[in-house]
Design a protein around this ligand. Sequence first.
Ligand code: ATP
Ligand code: MG
Length: 159
Amino acid sequence: MAPRRGHFAAMDVLIRTLPDLAATDAFAARVAALARPGDVILLDGPFGAGKTAFARAFLRAAAGDAMLEVPSPSFTLVQSYDTRLGPVHHYDLWRLDGPEGLAELGWDDACADIVLAEWPQRLGALRPEGALTIALALGAGEARQARISGWNDRMEALR
Ligand SMILES: Nc1ncnc2c1ncn2[C@@H]1O[C@H](COP(=O)(O)OP(=O)(O)OP(=O)(O)O)[C@@H](O)[C@H]1O
Ligand SMILES: [Mg+2]
């Protein structure tokens, strides 16, 4: 059968190896360059996978401030930042207590801005459609594998 030309399905999953923290930082900066208000970026993966490290690099790129302090929001559950992309809200949902807790954390309003969320499985049915999901897996040493899905229109730029 002749190969079909001219019609390519949108790429739906991208796998990237991030050999060290600098690679994760550079990848996060690329995601930040594509991000706009209304985007939700879900950071999946086990303890120590690099979810906060990704968020920190994203926020530093978005703010244009390489020294920006980005603590893990594991106790406050959310930290908000003013950036060149508008407000960015960084959530850590590990300790989240159900959907009511999410409302108390201003989730609905935050989703009009840019959201970064660690432990997205806590969202259950409230996981937003159209979100970018970055699932980080631990590799050997400093290596991480990122499985990227959800931004069908912008995936090509993340390759
Ligand atoms: N390639 C890499 N990408 C990201 N982090 C890396 C990488 N290599 C080493 N690290 C280190 O791994 C650690 C990742 O910790 P981080 O707090 O970002 O994980 P986390 O996924 O947010 O964990 P938690 O579930 O506890 O919130 C940091 O100490 C970071 O410096
Ligand atoms: Mg974290």
